[in-house]
Design a protein around this ligand. Sequence first.
Ligand code: PLP
Length: 434
Amino acid sequence: MILSDFANRFSEDAGIVRLMEDLGHAMADQQAGQQIIAMLGGGNPASIPQVQAVFQRTMQRIVTDSERFARMIGHYGPPQGDKAFITALAESLNRQYGWGISADHIALTAGSQSAFFILFNMLAGEFGDGRRKQILLPVIPEYIGYADVGLCDDLFTARRPLIRTGPDKLFKYHVDFDHLQIANNIGAICLSRPTNPTGNVVSDEELARLDALARAHKVPLIIDHAYGMPFPNIIFTRARPIWNENILLSMSLSKLGLPGMRTGIIVARPEFIRTIGNINGVINLALGNVGPALALDLLACDEMNRLCKTIIQPYYKAKMQRTVALIHSKLAGLNYYIHEPEGAIFLWLWLPDLPISSRELYQRLKVRGVLIIAGEHFFPGLTADWPHKQQCIRLSYAQHDAEVAAGIDIIADELKQLHGQITPASDQQAIGSP
Ligand code: PLP
């Protein structure tokens, strides 16, 4: 059957679709008894028992209140999203950051992934006056999920970062402001903070410079807080959130441990919010009520901040520290760097001497039951050749410690084999056999 160009845009070739399918198949194989030793690939948040218990209690409270239960399941809400939650969130953001926003500054979306579909196609692509605009990613690598949401080709243009290596085999990407010209064809600037895949938290100073540049060129700045503040606040360094009328801030309930709620949040000036509401209305009629109902309860008793500050953030920080220590001990003797782990739930490993591409490394590790993500997927909009693209991998440390440790053992073993430091077990057998 011949489908439209629109349908063909959503082919299985889209990086994010291939990735989700691959991870989905691996999980299915695991359930069917095939051994997956370590699932370090996906973006699933950890299931933290104390946090789960709070979600469960809160949900039970809502479900046993007949009136709230009926409202949650039996009503279409407005296309901008649940009013009570939006109002409570605006008040909470004003209390914490003094942004002076109202309910007119917030819209919900069906997960923040769909917010990016709306925002990118709203601010870039084809314009009525014949212009064509792009989204500028000022620090690449960047979230793979952005790559395929455009309704026209070449929606992104990206700039290579400056790389600074530091002590303890760490490195950090910085915005290369000397090469960051904002041309007329830039419709918006976007970055995730903390960044998926690297765990980078672009500094307050760099963000202030990006904000000033964006305002000077009258180009909106999109900041993706999927792992950021105020929730889930998976940030291990000093960072301040910013918002003004030129900023579109994207938030999500997912990385709190609620990806099944599919609730995304945009904070932006009312003109943008009205458009997002209109798009929601056309595509979804209304949004799900369950995520907002749960989050409203958590906000009302300040449980949201308590969960993030006292459980979620320390939980990931401790896991990150254990994983970094493990990598240093297992990869000793190899040439590697870890991106400074400043937030999110991933470590980004740079292997400057990797003799194969990161995609081939991914395949070899998959055969051995370890799933990671090849770094080369995370460079949307960077068309120029850059060997660095093939030299990195992303590891999630959200899984159980034993699983993470088993995965790192195998990664270290595979890398040592590739560098001829050890002989593969299969060759040892062959040498020893008659
Ligand atoms: N932004 C970033 C940086 C992410 O890592 C993700 C998911 O992994 C998303 C946005 C989308 O998340 P969701 O649609 O679950 O809100």
